[in-house]
Design a binder for this molecule. Structure first.
Ligand code: PAF
Length: 285
């Protein structure tokens, strides 16, 4: 397992693999890897001959008031996680390697990027789609792996791949949770012990919402009100949004008829956490 810092070296390595007829999986990450990332890497390694993990805190998906500077970073720890889960190389570029000083080309997606996190973080998905397109062009993988915790991101990437004809299979993977239900996230490391306890409210609230949907509730408002009420019972929680949208189009719905995503973004102290559930064909995905 090797850490590679330049675009050229990744390209040369992948070219050599391709000459041998090997398939390539890509796991795009911002590093500080946890069990959620490990599950993506392990799956990629099962389904491909070679695996590239990108480990890059992408500055253009953060607004100036967000946590770019404090985002946790530990490449040595990440290298261990990658090695243990079957990755072949970590692509760990500098921002200068990825973005020329007068970089001016962006991938701007409308549609599924407009609700939920797209409302709270207006430049976020432009930054994500731009860096993911660059990674796709640098690595040329057969498959790329994304977690369902970022369900909107998964829908956005699938739409982008369809619209721009990237010849890459996008594989969505289940949310990995702590024992008490909190979704694994690199941002969980920001939480104080008291906040960590409070953070479980996202999962508790979504479980309540999910139970209603699975028992046949058809009103999005009832789901939103119930989830909101549970989250508001936790004094440390401040809601950014609670929303029900159709999946994968990410359009707000009033009545639950087809597949839906119920998503929340909640501040616990200064830390913004997201979580969700998807109901597809009447069952949890
Ligand atoms: O999900 C993430 O960690 C990031 O948004 C991604 C896809 C690696 C792009 O920077």
């Amino acid at each position: 397992m090797k850490v590679v810092n330049t675009i050229n070296e990744v390209r040369e390595t992948v070219k050599a693999w391709r000459k041998q007829g090997l398939t390539v999986g890509l796991v795009p990450t911002m590093g500080y890897l946890h069990e959620g990332h490990a599950s993506l890497i392990a799956r990629a390694s099962k389904e491909n001959d070679r695996v590239v993990v990108s480990d890059f805190v992408n500055p253009i998906q953060f607004a100036p008031n967000e946590d770019l500077a404090s985002y946790p970073r530990d490449i040595d720890r990440d290298a261990k996680v990658c090695e243990e889960n079957g990755a072949d190389i970590i692509f760990h570029p500098t921002p200068e390697e990825m973005y020329h000083k007068d970089f001016s080309t962006f991938v701007n997606i409308t549609g599924p990027s407009e609700e939920l996190c797209g409302k709270s973080r207006p430049i976020h998905f432009r930054g994500v789609c731009t860096v993911v397109s660059k990674l796709f062009l640098i690595v040329s993988p057969d498959r790329a792996y994304f977690g369902q915790k970022d369900a909107q991101q998964l829908a956005v990437i699938k739409r982008m791949v369809r619209d721009l004809n990237f010849d890459i299979e996008i594989v969505g993977c289940p949310i990995i949770r702590e024992a008490d239900g909190l979704a694994k996230s690199s941002r969980n490391t920001y939480l104080s012990p008291e906040e960590r306890k409070a953070a479980v409210i996202l999962h508790k609230a979504l479980e309540k919402g999910k139970e209603l949907v699975l028992n046949g509730e058809k009103s999005a408002k009832v789901i939103i009100d119930t989830v909101t009420q549970v989250i508001n019972s936790e004094p440390l929680a401040i809601i950014d949004y609670v929303q029900v949208v159709d999946f994968p189009n990410i359009k707000v719905v009033e009545d639950i008829n087809g597949d839906i995503l119920t998503a929340v973004a909640v501040y616990i102290g200064k830390t913004r956490l997201i979580d969700n559930f998807i109901i597809e064909n009447g069952k949890e995905k």
